[in-house]
Unconditional design. Structure first.
Length: 245
């Protein structure tokens, strides 16, 4: 009986202090999606069903409707949000973080201007406090596969802690990731994260988490959610999820 109680106490403690992070490239999050309530509602339902404490979103359009989408989603979820400034290179976009302020506090956020000359859409960094611990997340949306995203991955070698997540437009099995694996685990290697036009999952695994090896990963997965229609209406990418202790 004592062993059982100890197990239950440990299990409940892990659940109580674990942190769930979702990363999602929501394709062209802007006017078209904003004006289709069913799409925004679908996006909110996906995030709710993930139980994520922090959500990193890529591909927020730079017009007013990009901001409006994030604000609308945050109100639906009851989460707070922070939106980046425009990235400085070609194909400018914004990033966003949504977070459950009941369990997570935002310390600071900023674009990494030190990489704006080498990475087309420089990373959006944020520091969060959870259970009295600070965690730094850097989300990226690297250039398309036709523009050699591996060159931008090399510029990420300066990072040696925290979490890097987002759309790398490059399979995690590429050798360019090897130096990063000195400091980070890559738990989703080989798992498809892109959607075909009919909503089925492709073999392309372009979305990744790189997780500081000092963190304990309780769960990691491509979040294949339930949706009545074609999932491609929400995005051409699936969300990815990790749970940390």
């Amino acid at each position: 009986m004592k062993n059982l109680l100890l197990f239950l106490f440990t299990f409940i403690s892990i659940l109580s202090y674990s942190q769930t992070i979702l990363s999602w490239n929501i394709q062209n999050l802007g006017e078209t999606k904003y004006k289709r309530d069913s799409v925004i509602t679908g996006i909110c339902q996906v995030i709710k069903s993930s139980n994520a404490d922090i959500v990193a979103i890529q591909e927020v359009v730079t017009g007013n409707y990009g901001d409006s989408c994030i604000i609308k989603i945050s109100k639906n979820l009851g989460y707070k949000y922070v939106i980046s400034n425009r990235t400085t290179g070609d194909g400018t976009e914004r990033y966003a973080y949504l977070y459950n302020s009941k369990v997570v506090t935002l310390n600071w956020s900023k674009l990494d201007v030190s990489l704006q000359d080498s990475i087309n859409r420089e990373p959006f960094m944020a520091s969060f406090k959870y259970n009295k611990k600070d965690i730094v997340i850097r989300q990226v949306h690297l250039v398309p596969t036709s523009k050699n995203p591996q060159e931008e991955v090399e510029d990420l070698y300066c990072y040696k802690d925290g979490i890097i997540c987002g759309d790398f437009n490059l399979t995690s099995k590429h050798l360019v990731f090897v130096p990063l694996l000195t400091y980070f685990n890559s738990p989703l290697v080989g798992k498809g994260t892109s959607l075909k036009r009919d909503g089925s999952v492709s073999k392309n695994n372009y979305d990744h988490f790189l997780v500081d090896k000092t963190y304990k990963i309780l769960e990691s997965k491509v979040f294949i959610y339930s949706y009545k229609g074609n999932k491609n209406k929400l995005s051409d990418h699936l969300p990815i999820l990790i749970k940390l202790n």
